[in-house]
Ligand binder design. Structure first.
Ligand code: HEC
Length: 162
């Protein structure tokens, strides 16, 4: 049985642990917010494209095509319903907000990565991933992607607005 001194020690130790825990939680939280909100946007986008293998393929990409871009030697391009609907329309001057296009790229038949563009109301969001969803690069109007894609059809190079 511990005496009052031992009890005080226990309370002190508990307090110190609570304090350290609290501080770590605070630091952890702050870290998350400052560490690139765009990285978590990219993770959310990855979740949205999980089912992309069941999406429509882009015009001209019903089967694997030789890559003209910097990614891999062959590519497959998928579009979500919003983009697919826009492609069936006429006279669109922009992809509707919510449009997503996914390019899988291959090297000698093996998938080596995926790149994605999502049309948002604040611009074009770009993401580059490993085949398992590790984020390599991402961002809104990302210069590394816009360098080429700004010349496209509202950002798209492989096919055009209808
Ligand atoms: C050197 C020019 C170049 C750069 C830089 C580039 N791309 Fe592309 N991208 C292309 C070309 C060309 C295509 C057409 C398909 C193909 O042949 O690969 C394409 C296709 C795509 C597509 C399919 C939709 C479309 O436009 O046809 C996506 C999505 C994409 N790129 C994402 C990205 C992302 C994300 C980045 C930046 C990390 C990026 N690209 C950087 C040239 C480029």
């Amino acid at each position: 049985m511990g005496g009052p001194a031992e009890l005080r020690r226990l309370i002190l130790v508990t307090l110190v642990i609570a304090l350290i825990g609290g501080t770590m939680a605070l630091v952890g939280c702050g870290g998350d917010e400052s560490s690139d909100g765009e990285a978590s946007d990219a993770t959310m986008l990855w979740d949205e494209i999980r089912g992309h293998n069941g999406w429509d393929k882009a015009p001209g990409y019903r089967s694997m095509q030789p890559a003209e871009g910097p990614h891999g030697d062959q590519v497959l391009i998928f579009v979500n319903d919003d983009m697919s609907a826009a492609l069936e329309g006429t006279g669109e001057t922009e992809w509707p907000v919510g449009s997503i296009v996914v390019k899988e790229f291959f090297e000698q038949g093996d998938i080596i990565g995926m790149v994605v563009m999502e049309k948002r109301d604040d611009g074009r969001f770009w993401g580059s991933y490993s085949p398992t969803g590790e984020v390599y690069d991402s961002g809104l109007d990302l210069a590394a992607c816009e360098d080429c894609h700004a010349d496209g059809s509202d950002g798209v190079l492989g096919f055009s607005l209808p």
